[in-house]
Design a protein around this ligand. Structure first.
Ligand code: CMC
Length: 426
């Protein structure tokens, strides 16, 4: 990264001055407007942050026009093919792929922290049995701050790494317990003999009266899902985590805020919404009606799993997920009519002028629901699995932000309310 001497000129009615232009390793340059208010009394107006780089980051790179996603410089397709989730977690958190010794130590720490304090399990009883598992995990992860607050010094890098590792270790256990609670199954403890993805599968689907035998195809598919969802630079939930963290808040509370943001249907909640949409379409013959509805500006209906704020090309994660979905369906001998509807819907939308003009392509969520359903997960667990994976991204950004000693984030606003006015006499 170089802070270039190239500048952007700013001309107001009073004066003309220049602002530095910053250049990253790749991607668009950024005008440094930090002095704009101090020098000109002007604010930058960018609701939705369409043109705002909120920070410098060395974790993930997305080129939305070319459909490229790199974690610490490595293409997502290669990581999904050649790595496993725990290596990718290490890569995102610490910047390099681990060597043998590093992966052993990290895996050991993840194993060590994977069990929940027994008192945490009692929180689950307070939720209604039919509570959405996202509601349960927001509450439970936030509640962990009550267990690890007083002893936590976020200015100590060793304690920071421990908090981040704890979160990565505990989130599958928390997520699986949300599932077992909702279906009335006994809570399963983690099994350190299994890899991260297989252990998650055993905690979700294992029963005490039957030995759990991991299915390698399903566990590999889960590992891939986790890799693909692990990070995506400054999306809504990651920005939420960074914003919460900028005040020095407890890391468990910060990650809970990220989970809350992820839940929305415009973000991580889209995978659940895609399945609901496909189920509602119900038959290939109804696709044109759904596409027309999505194009109709008089209603809010959108094709879920289509479009992305950054990708104006194929989401590279969508291709990997689609391949994985086919492999799993074939392996399970499932002929899911929703897959046919999804494939036809994609074909029709990609040829439609409305979607071409707006560069709306399938995103990661378009096929992930079909894949997760084939693996036996109910719809309401899809976003939970996204949260399990994204916890690695959130803690990586949290570590990066703490390391840089970032001050508090405090956006401004363009005030459009009433001007000062006298209080009415009574
Ligand atoms: N179906 C129909 N029209 C769409 C869609 C869609 N899925 N997405 C965008 N548009 C239209 C939108 O109506 C607008 O049209 P116009 O210019 O005529 O007003 C135009 O495309 C630009 O849309 P936008 O809302 O300004 O785009 P955005 O960058 O604010 O929104 C998005 C990005 C992902 C929220 C949006 O595409 C969307 O709602 N998609 C469906 C939900 C979804 O799949 N979300 C998962 C995102 S990927 C996983 C993740 O990162 O969490």
């Amino acid at each position: 990264m170089s802070d270039s001497f190239v500048t952007a000129k700013i001309t107001t009615s009073e004066e003309e001055s220049s602002l530095p232009i910053l250049e990253g390793t790749m991607g668009p340059k950024a005008v440094d407007i930090q002095t704009l208010y101090g020098r000109h009394g002007l604010l930058a107006f960018d609701p939705g942050f369409r043109s705002t780089a909120s920070c410098k980051s060395a974790i993930t790179y997305v080129d939305g026009d070319k459909g490229v996603l790199l974690y610490r410089g490595y293409p997502i397709e290669e990581l999904a093919e050649k790595s496993n989730f725990i290596e990718v977690a290490y890569l995102l958190m610490f910047g390099q792929l681990p060597d043998q010794k590093q992966i052993q130590e990290f895996t050991g720490n993840v194993h060590h922290f994977s069990v929940l304090h027994e008192q945490v399990l009692s929180f689950y009883q307070g939720f209604r049995r039919d509570a959405h598992p996202m509601a349960i995990i927001v509450g439970t992860v936030g509640a962990l701050s009550a267990f690890y607050h007083d002893h936590m010094d976020i200015n100590d890098p060793v304690q920071r790494t421990m908090a981040a590792t704890r979160l990565v270790a505990k989130i599958p256990t928390i997520a699986a317990a949300a599932y077992t609670y909702s279906v009335g199954h006994p809570h399963r403890y983690p099994d350190n003999a299994l890899d991260y993805a297989s252990n998650f599968m055993q905690m979700v689907f294992g029963m005490p009266n039957k030995e759990f035998v991991p299915d390698p195809v399903l566990c590999r598919a889960m590992d891939r899902i986790l890799i693909l969802h692990a990070d995506h630079e400054q999306n809504a939930s990651t920005s939420t985590v960074r914003l919460a963290a900028s005040s020095g808040a407890n890391p468990f509370a910060c990650i809970a805020s990220g989970i809350a943001s992820l839940w929305g249907p415009a973000h991580g909640g889209a995978n659940e919404a895609v399945l609901m949409m496909l189920e509602e379409i119900g038959d290939v013959k109804n696709i044109p009606k759904a596409v027309n509805r999505a194009k109709d500006k008089s209603n809010d209906y959108r094709l879920m799993g289509f479009g992305h704020r950054v990708y104006k090309n194929f989401d590279p994660r969508a291709r990997v997920i689609q391949k994985s979905a086919r492999e799993v369906l074939e392996h399970m001998g499932i002929n899911d009519p929703l897959l046919e509807i999804a494939v036809r819907l994609e074909e029709i939308a990609l040829k439609d002028e409305y979607f071409i003009e707006r560069k709306l392509y399938p995103n990661v969520d378009f096929y992930s629901g079909i894949l997760l359903r084939a693996m036996g997960f109910p719809n309401n667990m899809f976003t939970v699995i996204f949260a399990v994976a994204r916890t690695v991204g959130w803690v990586s950004h949290w570590l990066e932000l703490q390391h840089e000693g970032h001050g508090i984030d405090r956006p401004r606003q363009l005030y459009v309310g009433e001007a000062r006015r006298p209080y009415p006499h009574k």
